[in-house]
Design a protein around this ligand. Structure first.
Ligand SMILES: Cc1cc2nc3c(=O)[nH]c(=O)nc-3n(C[C@H](O)[C@H](O)[C@H](O)COP(=O)(O)OP(=O)(O)OC[C@H]3O[C@@H](n4cnc5c(N)ncnc54)[C@H](O)[C@@H]3O)c2cc1C
Length: 398
């Protein structure tokens, strides 16, 4: 029987495979004080059948020695899709292909309260809910069961998620399904949904208005200077970058990640997914005669024959450049193999959060934003409009 306690939380990635597979429905996913969900077993109903352990991707993590051989750097041919996606808008092209076969798409999205959940879409116009990364652990709820139901009904299904979510889904399904297509991403870590909740509350109070739009990676000042942008019902807007925003800084400093992310069983180059996607920050290293226009490219590693076929099928929708897997991982995808350290102030951060200290005060005290960064952030819009930001980036590169 799965038994997650205060002492072994790092052994649970929260993928819901155990709760979804339990024949007695006696496992529920319950939030802890940090805002992460863990399985809780109703002992009175449990028959100790061991199914929960058999489907757990952490206990049974695949150890694939054989490395993937092919990778590409791609960009969607539709500029609007690129603009609204995290990097090159590759994922939308894969979704469209599955929809063209009357399929159904599952992926991380915002619900109406801007909580991050796995949601589904069956129409091309609805694919916008998936675009752009949400740097919060998404709540899967009953997604695994819904994926299985759709597959059992004979439909094509695409599932995108963290490497642990994809491996958890495949363990839960037990057998391969020809019509299932999975995409995972290189994943630094998943931040706490509680921190995101506190962040939204802080911003709602500051702007004295409801949030109507959120984007963790808006390309307002280009791909290389992405911002967390919020819009409010009163017409106001908050734009902060990775160095100044309380949520982004907490994520990138690794102070509010799920414990399992520091000892991730899925940080490997060869995955169980069909394709692995991630940010390609260094296009000119792979295609030297291409000027970096700061719009974004997606790196894609082919993990299976289905993945290879998908890239052929969508080749008209993507501009594609071949790349070497090793070089791509070293330059851009090192988070695929390198576990981040546990932040020394992590416990203090959550203690303060739970005792009601506002997020801005916690960040200022534990992971302070440099004054120079704040000033730079304030003038970024002007620097961008006058072209000076581009010049500064060029100088920094040399
Ligand atoms: C939590 C997180 C951490 C990441 N860490 C890294 C990293 O360290 N290095 C790196 O290179 N890339 C990382 N990525 C991946 C990267 O941000 C892009 O997803 C990738 O470049 C593909 O971009 P795209 O433009 O092709 O797709 P997009 O159109 O941006 O599609 C994004 C896809 O991811 C799904 N998604 C978004 N948020 C979540 C979520 N919270 N949980 C599950 N699924 C979600 C969407 O449903 C959609 O299918 C991370 C993504 C997330 C969500």
């Amino acid at each position: 029987m799965i038994n997650i306690t205060e002492n072994n939380k790092k052994d649970c990635c929260g993928c819901t495979a155990c709760a979804s597979a339990c024949p007695k429905n006696c496992i529920s996913m319950v939030c802890d004080s940090e805002g992460f969900k863990y399985p809780k077993i109703d002992i009175k109903l449990c028959i100790d059948c061991g199914v929960c352990e058999k489907v757990c991707p952490v206990i049974n993590s695949e150890k694939n020695e054989e490395l993937p051989e092919k990778a590409y750097i791609v960009r969607n041919t539709n500029p609007d899709i690129v603009k609204n996606s995290t990097s090159g808008g590759a994922v939308t092209a894969f979704c469209e292909e599955i929809l063209s076969k009357n399929g159904i798409i599952f992926g991380g999205a915002f619900d109406k309260n801007f909580e991050v959940k796995h949601m589904s879409a069956e129409k091309t116009e609805d694919l916008k809910i998936f675009r752009s990364s949400k740097y919060v652990q998404s709540d899967l709820t009953d997604t695994f069961k819904r994926v299985k139901k759709s597959l059992d009904d004979g439909r094509y299904v695409m599932f995108t998620g963290t490497p642990c979510q994809v491996e958890g889904l495949l363990k839960y399904l037990k057998k391969p399904y020809e019509k299932l297509f999975t995409v995972d991403f290189v994943c630094r870590a998943v931040p706490s949904p509680l921190v995101w909740k506190k962040y939204k509350e802080l911003k709602t109070k500051k702007y004295n208005s409801e949030i109507t739009y959120a984007n963790f990676r808006e390309k307002t000042y280009g791909y290389h200077s992405a911002n967390l942008t919020l819009r409010f019902a009163n017409g106001k807007k908050s734009i902060e970058n990775t160095k100044t925003d309380y949520m982004l800084k907490s994520f990138f400093d690794g102070v509010c990640s799920r414990p399992s992310c520091n000892d991730c069983a899925f940080r490997k180059v060869k995955r169980v997914s069909d394709l692995t996607v991630f940010d390609c920050w260094n296009i000119t290293r792979y295609v030297p005669d291409l000027a970096d226009d700061d719009k974004g490219y997606t790196a894609v590693i082919i993990q299976s024959e289905k993945g290879s076929q998908m890239l052929k099928d969508v080749s008209k929708k993507l501009i594609m450049h071949k790349a070497d897997v090793d070089t791509l991982i070293k330059n851009d995808g090192f988070m695929a193999v390198q576990n981040p350290d546990v932040h020394p102030k992590r416990s203090q951060y959550f203690e303060m959060l739970n005792s009601g200290v506002p997020l801005d005060r916690i960040v200022k005290e534990l992971i302070p934003v440099k004054a120079s960064r704040k000033i730079f952030g304030k003038f970024k819009g002007i620097l961008y409009k006058t072209g000076m930001l581009k010049q500064m980036k060029k100088l920094k590169k040399h």
